[in-house]
Ligand binder design. Structure first.
Ligand code: HEM
Ligand code: HEM
Length: 186
């Protein structure tokens, strides 16, 4: 049976799965755009890459906020029965950290953009208001913080994907299949 829109206590619904994989795919594109934009030689292309990077950052922020709201108005599937106390703690902490990082990164990017006093419109359409006063010192600090947050996110993705594969191939439980596009494996 295909998953229902809403979550159940046993499995993720189709909307939660959509949010998970859409955000995962967009974060990969976002990281590639950030690295490419930073490394590009100064040219109109570099500026365009930054507009895409910053705009996509706000799309990710919106999706993450909608995803959190959807999570609050739904039951959350119980963690797999075969998990130890430490595994449960690790799962809860790492999932929470994902949400924190995926909100902090765009907000911190917004601080960089405002402090650097760069005029910017989301997708060339929606002018972004400044959230802090222009300050080259703050822009530099916020850029460093952006890199630290990105590094933490990368580490978390590796650990998280590794844990998901371990559930599927070593523990052989339902954790990965209930997030993939199909019914949970029993
Ligand atoms: C989930 C959201 C985001 C992710 C994962 C992300 C990731 C990255 C990465 C990997 C880089 C290149 C490495 C670095 O220089 O730090 C970067 C650079 C940058 N990002 Fe983001 N970013 C996000 C959102 C944003 C947003 C919303 C903005 C602005 C509104 C932004 C502005 C910048 C700027 C200005 C740089 C260049 C920083 C520098 O020159 O050191 N980012 N980002
Ligand atoms: C940037 C990439 C990713 C991000 C940001 C991310 C984020 C998250 C978050 C926040 C949750 C917790 C959901 C909640 O409790 O609301 C989660 C769950 C999950 N993720 Fe990811 N994820 C990413 C990539 C992946 C990959 C590559 C895999 C598989 C190899 C994966 C497999 C899973 C599974 C199976 C769950 C469900 C855990 C459970 O049912 O208890 N994720 N992910």
């Amino acid at each position: 049976m295909p998953p229902m829109l809403r979550n159940s206590r046993e499995s993720w619904g189709s909307l939660a799965r959509f949010f998970h994989w859409a955000v995962a795919a967009l974060v990969l594109v976002q990281v590639a755009l950030g690295l490419a934009a930073s490394a590009w030689r100064l040219s109109p292309m570099k500026l365009d890459l930054f507009v895409w990077h910053k705009s996509l950052g706000f799309v990710i922020l919106l999706l993450v906020l909608l995803r959190l709201i959807w999570r609050m108005v739904n039951p959350t599937p119980a963690l797999s029965a075969g998990m130890s106390g430490i595994e449960r703690l690790g799962a809860r902490a790492s999932h929470g950290l994902f949400y924190v990082l995926l909100i902090l990164l765009p907000v911190n990017g917004w601080v960089i953009n405002s402090a650097a006093n760069v005029p910017f419109s989301i997708f060339w359409l929606l002018p972004l208001p400044a959230i802090v006063a222009p300050s080259p010192a703050l822009a530099g600090t916020a850029e460093n913080a952006h890199f630290v947050l990105f590094s933490l996110l990368s580490l978390l993705v590796v650990v998280h994907a590794g844990a998901a594969l371990r559930h599927h191939f070593v523990k052989r439980d339902e954790v990965l299949s209930r997030m993939l596009f199909g019914p949970p494996r029993t």
